[in-house]
Design a protein around this ligand. Structure first.
Ligand code: DAH
Length: 338
């Protein structure tokens, strides 16, 4: 019996030593330690032995069993380690490979210009106000001195929602809303979307404007000029030529439009500036006393200026873009250039 046990022990340990995979080890475990295994069979015979040697042989049998178990466990963890190492060598991590570049999003060029315009005026002491895009006819037109028969109210130009409600055609109604809730001094810019029934290479049914106005005692046209000159120099560089040209708006008197020297031909004359050398970039003027009367401002005591500009247009001039529709086609090739 003892010889049988030591033979089993040496055979089993040798087989374990030679095993090259965990499935081979499983088979060895079944062969010796399974319910019908060689060692299990011998241990069952123990009870037939004479008492004198039963205990001693039993002890040896248990030692053989645990040495086989121990050898199996050690070999399994050894093989696992090897397998891990092999997998590691195969999936080797090459830390010198260049990474995949993340594509960073960019702000839309119109948003960039809008933010820049806003920040210039914030530094000049203006505050931001906003108004609704669906606006009352009264604020968009009537209160701004644009009577019912004015051409700007033509159904061609305005999106009406109801008789007295429309999509605002400019940001000027924010003037009225501000005057009605706030006494002078007011120094406000009002950025936002505006809507007109229009669509070609320089017009869209929706675009952005920034309105500005400053009302207080003693505000003059010189304040308007100084403010706009500072603004234009910040946006287009301090060398850019600019001029105030007399114009007309129903809600300002006197009114002017501001031109800058053509950014394409530098004032020599080209297709973009229609050979005039100048490009109009905004409208402005001194707020008409009639507007003040309507909102309950004392027009003897207070004066103020106002201006309004189109943001798409300014963006087009800064980046020399000749078709406004490019802004809203969502073409990544266009948008990633800014
Ligand atoms: N609201 C005018 C427009 O949409 C622009 C404008 C002109 C605004 C003169 C003003 C201004 O505040 O004084 O064309």
């Amino acid at each position: 019996m003892k010889e049988k046990l030591s033979l089993i022990a040496s055979n089993a340990l040798e087989e374990i030593r030679r095993a090259k995979s965990s499935s081979e080890l499983d088979n060895i475990r079944v062969k010796y330690l399974g319910r019908k295994g060689e060692l299990t069979g011998i241990l069952k015979e123990l009870r037939n032995l004479p008492v004198e040697i039963r205990a001693e042989t039993g002890k040896l049998g248990n030692e053989v069993k645990s040495s086989i178990e121990k050898a199996l466990d050690e070999k399994i963890s050894y093989l696992k380690e090897i397998e891990k190492q092999e997998k590691f060598n195969k999936d080797i991590l090459d830390i010198s490979l260049p990474g995949r570049a993340l594509r960073l999003g960019k702000r839309h060029p119109v948003t960039q210009t809008l933010d820049e315009v806003t920040s210039v005026f914030l530094r000049l002491g203006f505050h931001i106000e906003e108004g609704p895009e669906a606006e009352l006819d009264y604020y968009n037109f009537e209160a701004l001195n644009i009577p019912k028969d004015h051409p700007a109210r033509d159904m061609q130009d305005t999106f009406y929602i109801f008789d007295e409600v429309l999509l605002r055609t400019h940001t000027s109604p924010v003037q009225i809303r501000t005057y009605l809730k706030q006494k002078p001094p007011v120094q406000i810019i009002a950025p936002g979307k505006v809507y007109r029934r229009d669509a070609d290479i320089s017009h869209l049914p929706m675009f952005h404007q920034v309105e500005g106005f400053h009302v207080d005692e003693g505000i003059t046209f010189a304040d308007l000029k100084g403010t706009l000159e500072t603004f234009i120099h910040k946006m287009f560089g301090s060398e850019v030529g600019l001029r105030f040209r007399p114009s007309f708006f129903p809600f300002t008197e006197p009114s002017a439009e501001v031109d800058i020297a053509c950014v394409i031909c530098k004032g020599k004359g080209c297709r973009i500036c229609k050979n005039t050398g100048w490009i109009e970039i905004l409208g402005c003027g001194m707020v008409d006393p009639d507007v003040f009367k309507r909102v309950g401002y004392n027009d003897e005591k207070y004066t103020g200026y106002a201006f309004g500009m189109g943001i798409e247009r300014i963006t087009m001039l800064r980046y020399q873009i000749d078709d406004i529709r490019l802004f809203f086609e969502n073409d990544m090739k266009f948008l990633t250039q800014f």
